[in-house]
Every structure is written in C-alpha cells, then in structure tokens.
Design a protein around this ligand. Structure first.
Ligand SMILES: NC(=O)c1ccc[n+]([C@@H]2O[C@H](COP(=O)([O-])OP(=O)(O)OC[C@H]3O[C@@H](n4cnc5c(N)ncnc54)[C@H](OP(=O)(O)O)[C@@H]3O)[C@@H](O)[C@H]2O)c1
Length: 407
C-alpha cells in the first residue's frame, strides 16, 4: 500500500480525495491517510472518518509511514520548508503550487534527485491540459523551439468579455469576481504575475531553463480598452493574454502580456477561462493543446496523473526523461511586430523617424490626435531607440505597445 499525506483540503484537495475514492480500480494500492488543514471541524471528521486530520503539516512531512506528499495548500516560503522536509524524509512530492515551483522548483528538484525521489507539478500549469507531461515526453531526438499561449483564464475571461460583450475593464473584472473567476485582489492574474510563474515552469520543462521570474518582460491587461480592441479588430486581430518563450541558441525570448493574435489563429478563438498552449518543435513543428486551465476537477485530475507516475516509479518503472539544460539562459525581450499608439498626429514625421530607425511600418492612421501604427518585426532595442527619437525629435510619446504574436 502506498500511503499518501496531503497538505490542504480545500477546492483542489477535496477533489483529489473524491477522485481517488471514485477511481479505486485505477489506484487500488494508494490511500490518503492523513491531511493537514488550518481548522479541524466536527463536520470534516464526520464526512471523512478514515482520514487523520492535523493542523501541523510537519507531522505529515516527517511521518515515517507516509510515502507520498501531495501539496495543495498554497503559500511559498513556509510551504517550501515543508516540502524540503518531506523530500529529506524520503517522500515523493506532488504539488499544484505554481508560485512555489517557479521560485523554489530548481532547489527542490536537486534535493529530490539527490534522494532519488520524484517531484511532480503537472497541476501547476494549465491544470486540465497535460502540457508538462507532453513536453517532458516529446519524442527523443525532437527539440522544443517555442512554447506558450493563453495560460491565465482570468485575464482571458476579462478580455473576452470586453471584446465580445463590449464591457469596460472594470465591469468585466467585477463580473469575473462575482463569478468566482477573479480573486478579490486580482493583481496576480491581471498584472501577469500568475502567467509569469507558469511560463517559467513551461520553460523549465521545455528547455531545462532556470529562469528568474522577475526577469521575464511582463505587461498586465489593465490598460486594454475599447479603442485598442477596435484597432486590433480593424487590423484583423484579437487581443489575447499570452505568455511565450522562444529559444534561439542560448537565449530565451520571453514575454507575458496582451498580444495581437490573428483572428483566424486557433489562439485567437480561445475564449473566456479556456487555456491553450502552442508548442513548436523541430520535428513535429506545431502542436496546440487546449482545455480548462483551472477548477477543482481538472486540477485534481492533473494531480492524479502525477500520482500515477509516482505509482509507476515506486513500483520500479523509471520514467523521467532528462532535458538538455539551458541552466541559466540569457532572457531577452521578444522581437515581434508591434501595435503602437503615439500621441502625435503628424504621420510623415513618424514615418521619417521610423525609417531612420529601420522600422518597417505596415499600416498607420491618425484618429483623435493619436497615431496608430502596425510595424514589421522590431527588436526591443530598436523599439527603445524609436521611442526615444519620437520623444526628442517631435515631442511624441508612445502610449502603449502591444506585440503581435508570431505564429
Ligand atoms: N483552485 C484551482 O482551480 C487551482 C488550479 C491550479 C492550481 N491551484 C493551486 O492549488 C493550491 C490549492 O488551491 P485551492 O484552490 O484548493 O486552495 P483553497 O481552497 O484555499 O484550500 C487551501 C487548503 O489548504 C489548507 N491550508 C492552508 N494553509 C495551511 C497551513 N498553513 N496549514 C495547514 N493547512 C493549510 C486550508 O485549510 P482550511 O480548509 O482549514 O482553511 C485549505 O484546506 C494552490 O497552490 C493553488 O494555486 C489551484
């Protein structure tokens, strides 16, 4: 019997328990024996009589009769200490915690490897999509070149409502909050931090890259408004919250934020809380995975999928594929076409400055004393030079820049 201790018994934890109970035929020799929670209530004990509840996670992570620890309680520093202790005490660890993995994943992985244990976190990115599994098990000999897509359902819901139901940002956010899709403090989702954690985990899995999350260029969706959505539509695009990592040699071009996506592209059709990840590899070239990114059952299902892997490993099957590691890659901004809004009506002057800075302009128009420009591919350095030249030469200010997704 493989004995499981679980940290947390909230939305995801209870669902993991229920799914495991409902599928005993697939996991006949696995059992959740103890669970750490903040509060032990009479009702909890009555509903789950076979579970030993504790308010002290330490008793689980150090217990001699626990083989696997499933962490679904959230938190970072304290939770990291618990998981470190669990690994030092010889337990396999499964977690759904993206913040923790993006920050401490590398250290925990080293401890796990040193003890010949498994650390799995399939539920931490795009819960219902087995994307980490797919990236890990790409055919030997193939190489991932690019990975990314829509990995924050809250931002995607807000932008979908703004675009399809003509809501303004505040109303769309309020709706998301009423529906339980956005938290009372939504900053993690709308400012791109959640997607940044997940992108770091995708980059680790796809490229073996250890990325410091704060180095990833990140833009929130708070500045998106009806004008930008209309402009995008006029140009044949929709605005989607993307997180993308593209490898070139030892460099990783990474970006998180709202992008212009061709309306006909698959990612342009992924709406509301749905997630989608596009993977480009040298051999297969193009794969798109789509599905629910969060929610109790999809996330719990991803945890069970990790549990099945641990089961195989405990039973002697070695499944772990090592990726060629980028170790400490150079994180660079992404060269891409750009949608730019500038506070200056004189298009001939902007045109001249663009030409002097080797920027190709695909389209430009002026409306309400704002120039809207769609450029060819521009590097972050060229863009910075263009911005400085606009300011110095004609006193024009760039109000917003959105990258165009490179298909
Ligand atoms: N919800 C999703 O759709 C989703 C999707 C992907 C990943 N995740 C990740 O999964 C994790 C759990 O999310 P959730 O939505 O299930 O959270 P949740 O509903 O808030 O549940 C958290 C659970 O952890 C317990 N807990 C928290 N701090 C604790 C502590 N210091 N000691 C003991 N127990 C503690 C809570 O106990 P009480 O019940 O007594 O308060 C509760 O049972 C998070 O890392 C989250 O990012 C969630």
């Amino acid at each position: 019997m493989i004995r499981i201790g679980m940290l947390g018994f909230g939305t995801v934890g209870r669902s993991v328990y229920d799914l495991l109970q409902a599928h005993t035929e697939s996991f006949p020799d696995m059992q959740i024996v103890s669970v750490a929670v903040r509060q032990i209530t009479e009702q909890r004990m009555a509903l789950y009589p076979t579970v030993q509840f504790t308010t002290n996670p330490d008793t689980i992570v150090t217990a001699s009769d626990i083989d696997v620890v499933i962490e679904v309680m959230g938190g970072q520093t304290e939770t990291y200490r618990y998981l470190r202790r669990a690994l030092h005490s010889g337990k396999h660890v499964i977690t759904a915690n993206k913040d923790l993995i993006a920050t401490y994943g590398e250290t925990l992985q080293k401890i796990a490897s040193a003890h010949q244990l498994t650390l799995l976190y399939g539920a931490s990115v795009a819960g219902g999509i087995p994307i980490l599994d797919a990236l890990t098990n790409l055919l030997p000999g193939d190489e991932t070149m690019q990975v990314g897509g829509i990995i924050n359902g809250t931002s995607n819901f807000i932008l979908t409502q703004m675009s399809d139901a003509a809501m303004n940002y505040d109303d769309a956010l309020a709706l998301a909050q009423r529906m339980g899709i956005a938290e009372a403090n939504p900053v993690n989702d709308v400012a791109g931090f959640d997607a940044r954690y997940k992108l770091a985990i995708l980059a680790k899995t796809a490229f073996g890259a250890n990325v410091v999350t704060t180095q990833i260029p990140t833009q929130g969706i708070q500045e998106i408004n009806a004008t930008l959505l209309d402009d995008a539509k006029r140009l044949g695009y929709v605005i989607k919250p993307l997180a993308v990592a593209r490898r070139t040699g030892q460099e990783l071009a990474m970006t998180v934020g709202p992008h212009l996506v061709p309306a006909a592209h698959l990612l342009g059709k992924i709406d509301n809380v749905q997630n989608a990840v596009q993977v480009k590899t040298r051999n297969i070239q193009d794969l798109v995975f789509t599905g629910p990114g969060a929610g109790a059952k999809p996330t719990a299902s991803a945890v069970l999928s990790d549990l099945a892997i641990v089961h195989d490993i405990v039973c002697g099957r070695q499944l772990v594929h090592e990726k060629p590691s980028l170790q400490q890659p150079v994180i660079i901004g992404t060269a891409a076409g750009r949608y730019i809004r500038v506070t200056a009506p004189a298009t001939y002057e902007i045109d001249a400055i663009a030409q002097a800075n080797q920027i190709g302009i695909k389209t430009m128009w002026v409306r309400s004393h704002r120039a809207t420009i769609l450029t060819d591919t521009v590097s972050p350095a060229t863009l910075a030079r263009f911005e400085a030249a606009l300011q110095q030469q004609i006193g024009a200010k760039i109000e917003i820049v959105l990258p165009v997704y490179q298909e």
